[in-house]
Design a protein around this ligand. Structure first.
Ligand SMILES: [Fe+2]
Ligand SMILES: [Fe+2]
Length: 253
């Protein structure tokens, strides 16, 4: 069964929108589901983790209905995985004025996807601020969660935290929902990923520490469902409680 879900602004204020870019339920059969996001501030936009080849057609159509693709000024890659960067060859042609932001660790690997002329800016380990229109987004280090060069992105204008693979959920069968409602039930869709893919408690605790002081209203992951308001707080609290993950899970003792 094929059902198309239209883009939704998950947070917005006067001249600024943080938009989830929709979903084609046919994607359920192709690989892990991914969320793509577009941040629009005045007449400039930023794409976040645009994804692989098979989502590109839907993504481009969705973006084109929101803003002139030539106004996409930035593309943010949380890390180097195929579900994040797989469409890089297409992006270059379809979003000609976009600068790609990715951990400087991964720049030398991207040409293996065939792209040599894109405008790529390496994010240093400590992170970087990215200006968009009249707003600012902060690339916050989340190294080893799961990639060694890994960033999350905080949108100061809305308090949305794009968390990349942190918060990833894998739904069973054909189940899917966009917003977390029953947090306890949602945990069992997240547990497996967090146990095996995230590196270790130390890296996770360090990232959580770096979020202190931020006003986080929404946590938006690259896979699975979005956490709004009290669900965002519950999610961060759940992460704080995770103990045996990554190397500690695989090699106890
Ligand atoms: Fe990943
Ligand atoms: Fe991912």
């Amino acid at each position: 069964m094929r059902k198309l879900h239209k883009p939704i602004a998950i947070a917005e204020n006067e001249n600024h929108r943080f938009i989830w870019l929709g979903l084609d339920e046919a994607d359920l059969e192709k690989g892990i589901l991914t969320n793509q996001y577009l941040v629009v501030d005045n007449d400039e936009a930023m794409l976040i983790d645009p994804g692989g080849y098979f989502v590109f057609e839907r993504l481009y159509k969705a973006v084109s209905e929101i803003i002139d693709p030539s106004r996409v000024r930035a593309i943010f890659y949380s890390h180097q995985d195929p579900d994040v960067v797989g469409s890089i060859n297409l992006l270059e042609g379809f979003f000609p004025n976009a600068r790609i932001y990715v951990s400087e660790l991964w720049i030398r690997f991207l040409p293996h996807l065939g792209t040599l002329s894109a405008d790529i800016s390496g994010i240093p380990d400590e992170g970087v601020d990215i200006e968009l229109g009249g707003s600012r987004l902060r690339a916050i280090p989340a190294h080893f969660l799961h990639s060694p060069g890994n960033f999350t992105l905080y949108d100061e204008a809305t308090g949305v935290l794009f968390s990349g693979d942190i918060g990833a959920a894998v739904y069973p069968g054909n189940e899917w929902y966009l917003f977390v409602e029953d947090f306890q039930r949602h945990i069992k869709y997240m547990e497996g990923f967090h146990k095996r893919y995230l590196c270790c408690r130390k890296a996770l605790q360090q990232w959580l520490k770096s979020l202190e002081g931020l006003d986080i209203n929404v946590v938006a992951p690259q896979h699975g469902a979005i956490f709004v308001g009290d669900k965002a707080a519950m999610f961060l609290e759940w992460l704080r409680s995770l103990d045996r993950i990554g190397v500690d899970y695989l090699y106890p003792g």
